[in-house]
Design a protein around this ligand. Structure first.
Ligand SMILES: [Zn+2]
Length: 281
């Protein structure tokens, strides 16, 4: 039911010798490597994908405490409020976190395409004035299509400023390919790529040929072996670590990479090396 890519990757209890990262994870120690989480949403939530979630302990300070425990050095923040009901308020919350913790927090600005003028002002204010280094879009929550005209200025802004754009979807591998070619200086990060690939098995093959596309691996439905199978096709250089905190636990998602059947060198690429330069870190 998962397509051919996964079929031969049955669970193996101790298939690989335990490397330093798996040992860190087993011991509950911080990961001994520079780690960047490209995907986190601290702060209060409301109306996320039609539900009213409430995340106990999902605030900025809570995430910083989790980062200390897991050994995540830097997290990219976009506020839940921003991908929900009030993008300006959410971006302001992230601006406060960037000011308070410049070494630990990278701000990702959220534009709501239903308010194109305000969205443009927000991108300028957050990126040019306040040092945000990425953009997060959420076409589902904001109920606006990726290919709609109000997203074009957002992609242009990312292209002009050489910024990464994180999204839970870029519609389809074909649309992603089109966007990556049209905006070659922007970097596209497809979040939850394993789940997306299960739904659309062209994704890994498409990503393989696109140097400005990255795939983030967080997922509640990931099975053992799927990250490995994905990077074998998409290429290890495309893979980046993200957690979607607090929707998913940063500890759990970090463990998925730490325990993957990959070499230490490959895990280092996922933990930070592939994306470090893009974020200017
Ligand atoms: Zn997200």
């Amino acid at each position: 039911m998962f397509g051919t890519l996964w079929r031969h990757h049955a669970p193996h209890a101790h298939r690989h010798p335990r490397d330093v990262f798996a040992a860190n994870a087993i011991e509950g120690d911080p990961i001994e490597e520079f780690v960047i989480d490209v995907h986190s949403h601290p702060g209060p939530d409301s109306g996320h994908q039609g539900f009213n979630h409430h995340y106990l302990g999902g605030g900025v300070d809570d995430l910083l405490r989790v980062m200390d425990r897991t050994g995540v050095d830097v997290s990219c923040f976009s506020a839940h409020t921003a991908i929900g009901p009030d993008f300006v308020r959410g971006n302001a919350l992230v601006a406060g976190a960037v000011r308070a913790h410049p070494a630990r927090v990278v701000g990702f600005a959220v534009p709501n395409p239903n308010y194109p003028e305000l969205a443009k002002e927000e991108l300028i204010r957050r990126v040019d004035d306040q040092g945000f280094r990425g953009i997060k879009i959420h076409s589902t929550n904001h109920a606006y299509p990726i290919h709609g005209p109000n997203y074009a200025p957002v992609f242009e802004f990312a292209d002009d400023h050489r910024l990464p754009i994180l999204s839970h979807t870029f519609d389809s591998p074909a649309r992603l390919k089109e966007l990556a070619a049209r905006y070659p200086n922007a970097r596209f990060i497809w979040a939850h790529a394993i789940g997306a690939h299960v739904r659309d098995p062209d994704l890994a093959m498409t990503v393989r040929d696109l140097p400005n596309v990255f795939c983030e691996m967080a997922g509640s439905g990931n099975r053992r072996g799927q990250i490995e199978a994905f990077v074998r096709v998409a290429g290890i250089e495309s893979a980046v670590f993200g957690s979607d905190y607090p929707v998913l636990s940063q500890t759990w998602q970090l463990g998925n990479v730490a325990h993957a059947d990959l070499s230490e060198a490959e895990k280092r690429k996922i933990f930070s090396q592939n994306i470090r330069g893009v974020l200017g870190l």
